[in-house]
Design a protein around this ligand. Structure first.
Ligand code: AMP
Length: 370
């Protein structure tokens, strides 16, 4: 079995690593010189809209997948014509546009923040009247890691906000006063079989994911059932094959969907050591039409993103039970250069070990902050 991936970052790297163990050969397309995945897979170095390169990829693999949702439409259309593209292009078109995504949630009866499209400064005034303040103005396309969004706290923040985001099509969302953020990582096979990892608590700072705790503390069955029901609706709607992450806000025992990622996701990195089958292996199994693996957790698992720069590997690995993953990237402010995962071994030292890792990571991040 041969798998092609669009993108050669850390997600493609970890997919290729999982693929190796399954006997799957991986080829990826990426325009970059030092693509992290190049250490584990064959690179076709080309732009994502280079149709010759995509034709070469399509001719050399059995199935193509992607590690990012902003795949150009022309690439998705072309690939889908010549090779199995999993997940299907509908997952891309839905997740590339926040308005389409939120409209899908609403049409599937999945609660979300109130929202209004904004195509002009005048629209924004009207949307503020409909949604109320505080609210979050987001560009419909190309937003990630908190980029392309502005929190409007009061009336004084409204004038000029649309222009600040570049006068591009936007969406205004009501501000959700959530108690915490959760992520549901799901996997669905070609035959429709669906499995869910336990809900993960995600901790963001400045719009960037810093840490996950899995399974999330204080989970009750009702909450998990609700999240899985929402996940199931989305997967069915998108005829989905592969791993998908559903990001959720928890507010007084209720869930509101924030967004989906039609791919393996940072909130599932903990599954490499913390679950019986990692999200990367399960994504490869799903798209290669192999039986899905067990999504159960082995123990409480914390995963911390290494942002900016990595602490010394020896220092991280000196913490009992820690597993550091480096993506082979050079340091830059807030760049995701790796992650470190630790499992609770029941010895009573877990919290202290997590604190030690967080402290090491915070110091390395601060050393290259802008
Ligand atoms: P997003 O790019 O939509 O994932 O947003 C990044 C982060 O901003 C989220 O993880 C939340 O912490 C915060 N955020 C996004 N949308 C809202 C909202 N409607 N209300 C409150 N916080 C939000």
């Amino acid at each position: 079995m041969k798998v092609g991936i669009l993108g050669g970052g850390q997600l493609a790297q970890m997919l290729a690593q999982a693929g190796n163990a399954l006997g799957v050969e991986t080829t990826f397309v990426d325009p970059g010189k030092n693509a992290p995945a190049a250490r584990y897979a064959t690179q076709i170095r080309a732009a994502y809209d280079d149709l010759d390169a995509l034709a070469q990829l399509a001719a050399s693999v059995d199935v193509v997948t992607y590690e990012f949702e902003n795949v150009p439409e022309i690439a998705a259309t072309m690939l889908a014509k010549h090779v199995h593209l999993r997940p299907l292009p509908i997952a891309l078109s839905t997740s590339q546009d926040r308005l389409t995504e939120k409209t899908m949630f609403a049409s599937l009866g999945i609660p979300t923040a109130p929202f209004q499209p904004v195509a002009s400064a005048a629209d924004l005034e009207a949307a503020v009247r409909a949604v109320g303040l505080p609210a979050v103005l987001k560009t419909r396309r190309m937003g990630y890691d908190g980029k392309g969004q502005l929190v409007l706290r009061g009336a004084a923040d409204v004038p000029g906000a649309f222009e600040k985001l570049g006068s591009v099509p936007c969406i205004l969302e009501g501000f959700v006063r959530f108690e915490r953020e959760l992520s549901l990582v799901c996997v669905r096979g070609r035959d429709g079989e669906t499995r869910f990892y336990p809900l993960t608590q995600t901790i963001h700072e400045g719009g960037i994911l810093r840490m996950t705790v899995s399974p999330a503390p204080r989970l009750d069955d009702e909450l998990t059932k609700k999240a899985q029901e929402y996940g199931e609706r989305v997967l069915r709607h998108l005829y989905y094959v592969g791993v998908l992450a559903l990001e959720l806000f928890e507010e007084s025992g209720n869930l509101r969907a924030n967004e989906i990622a039609p791919r393996v996701h940072n909130s599932g990195h903990w599954t490499i050591e913390g679950a019986h089958t990692s999200q990367f292996e399960n994504h490869m199994r799903a798209i290669a039409e192999m039986p899905l693996g067990d999504t159960g957790a082995k123990a409480t698992t914390v995963s911390i993103n290494l942002l900016g720069d990595s602490p010394a590997l020896e220092e991280m690995n000196a913490v009992v039970g820690a597993h550091a993953h480096l993506y082979g990237k050079t340091a830059a402010p807030l760049r995701k250069v790796g992650h470190v995962t630790i499992l609770d071994d029941g010895s009573g030292a877990f919290d202290e070990r997590v604190e030690r890792l967080r402290d090491l990571v915070a110091r390395a991040t601060a050393a290259v902050s802008a």
